[in-house]
Design a binder for this molecule. Structure first.
Ligand code: NAP
Length: 250
């Protein structure tokens, strides 16, 4: 029995991998041996991750794509499949927030968050599952949020998108299990990235008070969980939500 993680020979697509949690996941998968398809809405962000993956000695290629565009995502997946010859891992990480109280929330803010956070993951799973079903193997990891589990004032759109992503994860896991494809979600708590930098120090302190481990999370904390869910160590785990939050939600 081996307890080592070795992703050599695997091709992994990570969306929103230009910075923050997505970049950290891409680099952690590359450190474990995987070659990386970096999907980003902004090409210049993707280039930085590609350079860092290359510095680790792995192959990497950038794909400029808006994950909410069904046709563009499918076209990208075709190219990724051709470039790498196979597709073993997909991490649906791209996500946005547009926070405001429910009664002040405009239709556009609702639609944008659902389109990118939820439909974006559907688009990638829809395209990737076809490739993985033929391979009879694959790993899909969806980056949800504890907000999808507990809700949050000012984040009705975000909470709905992440709760939806958890439902999508479980349904896809049930549909794809017999084809050797594991589908899981990670629900991070408060992680230090550009997404959370915008919050006031007061709010950050209030969050900290709710975290039993008394420290904010780092992108690498989420990346380690993602590598585990993409490895052989999690072969018998599917349809689960792994909470990475320093104990905030239990
Ligand atoms: P981030 O720093 O804002 O990074 C998100 C990345 O996704 C950015 O590079 C962004 O590119 C890209 N992106 C946005 N819209 C896209 C689209 N339509 N198509 C392709 N790429 C797109 O956020 P993060 O904090 O690393 O969060 C990553 C994921 O973790 C998100 O799903 C988020 O909801 C989730 N999460 C984060 C936290 C946290 O505390 N940070 C907690 C729980 C869950 P642009 O810069 O060009 O927009």
């Amino acid at each position: 029995m081996s307890y080592t993680i070795d992703l050599h020979g695997k091709a992994a697509l990570v969306t929103g991998a230009g910075r923050g949690i997505g970049q950290s996941i891409a680099l952690a998968l590359a450190e474990a041996g995987a070659d990386i398809a970096v999907a980003e809405i902004k090409a210049e962000l993707a280039a930085d991750t590609v350079a860092q993956v290359a510095a680790l000695g792995r192959s990497a290629k950038a794909y400029a794509v808006d994950v909410s565009d069904f046709t563009a995502v499918h076209a990208m997946l075709d190219v990724v499949h051709k470039d790498f010859g196979h597709l073993d891992i997909v991490v649906n990480n791209a996500g946005i927030t547009k926070d405001t109280l429910l009664v002040r929330m405009g239709e556009e803010d609702w639609d944008a968050v659902l389109r990118i956070n939820l439909k974006g993951a559907f688009n990638c799973i829809h395209g990737a599952a076809k490739i993985m079903m033929k391979q009879r193997s694959g790993r899909i990891v969806n980056i949800a949020s504890i907000i999808g589990l507990i809700g949050n004032a000012g984040q009705a759109n975000y909470a709905a998108s992440k709760a939806g992503l958890i439902g999508l994860t479980k349904s896809a896991a049930k549909e794809l299990a017999s084809r050797g494809i594991n589908v899981n979600a990670i629900a991070p708590g408060f992680i230090q990235t550009k997404m959370t930098d915008v919050l006031t120090d007061e709010l950050k302190q209030a969050m900290m008070n709710l975290i039993p481990q008394k420290t904010l999370g780092l992108p690498a904390d989420v990346a380690k969980a993602a590598v585990f869910l993409c490895s052989d160590l999690s072969n018998y785990i599917t349809g689960q939500v792994l909470v990475v939050d320093g104990g905030m939600v239990m």
